[in-house]
Design a protein around this ligand. Structure first.
Ligand code: GRF
Length: 201
């Protein structure tokens, strides 16, 4: 199964996929890693692993037209690698419904997009899921891998893992424990997808 992975930051979840793919534990070929941020460390991880990278920057304060154009450029870059699945792993951008609709390979195969999220959706969607869960005082949170639709973290849920909130947790300690669970979950869902165990809408 060929995948393209999108990252915006450190890419530690991406590293877990790279490691599993390179060790032969995961039947996945990472065709390319893309980012909206040229400085994303995830791009460095990809280059070190000999994986192609691409950048699709989105300027600050972009107008709706500029966003549309960015979606178009991102889609073109992704499709040039002819992936089976597009993975958003710490990619901190919302893509448009048109972007998802045009994710179709030249052979006519639709390319599903999946995302990892550091909370048990539908609780705590958005960019500050760990902070929001702590502020709410939940005792259990976790991570979700879901298909991306045109909403914010609203697409069909593929798998989840619960993570306990411990006394004294702050955002970094809790997020780190969630990310440990998230790496296993993402690799598990990718393996299941490669075996045809998930159906995408
Ligand atoms: C993950 O928790 C992801 O769900 C969230 O950002 C984190 C990415 O971490 N959106 P990394 O870049 O893989 O280290």
């Amino acid at each position: 199964m060929r995948i393209v992975v999108l990252v915006s930051g450190s890419g530690s979840n991406l590293q877990a996929v790279i490691d599993a793919a390179q060790s032969g534990d995961l039947p996945v070929e990472i065709a390319a890693v893309g980012s909206d941020k040229p400085e994303a460390y995830g791009l460095e991880r990809a280059r070190s692993a000999g994986i192609e990278t691409f950048i699709a920057p989105l300027q600050k304060g972009a107008t709706p037209e500029q966003r549309q154009e960015w979606n178009r450029r991102l889609g073109e870059a992704v499709l040039s690698f002819e992936p089976d699945v597009l993975v958003s792993s710490g990619f901190m951008r919302i893509v448009s419904a048109e972007f998802l609709d045009t994710l179709v390979r030249t052979d006519g195969q639709a390319v599903p997009m999946i995302n990892t999220h550091p909370a048990l959706l539908p609780s705590f969607p958005g960019a500050h899921a760990v902070r929001d869960a702590l502020a709410h005082g939940v005792k259990v949170t976790g991570c979700t891998v879901h298909q991306v639709d045109s909403g914010v973290d609203t697409g069909p849920i593929l798998a989840q893992t619960a993570v306990e909130v411990l006394p004294g947790d702050d955002e970094p300690t809790l997020h780190e424990r969630i990310k440990t669970a998230e790496r296993d979950l993402l690799n598990r869902v990718l393996a299941e997808t490669a075996r045809g165990e998930h159906t995408f809408s």
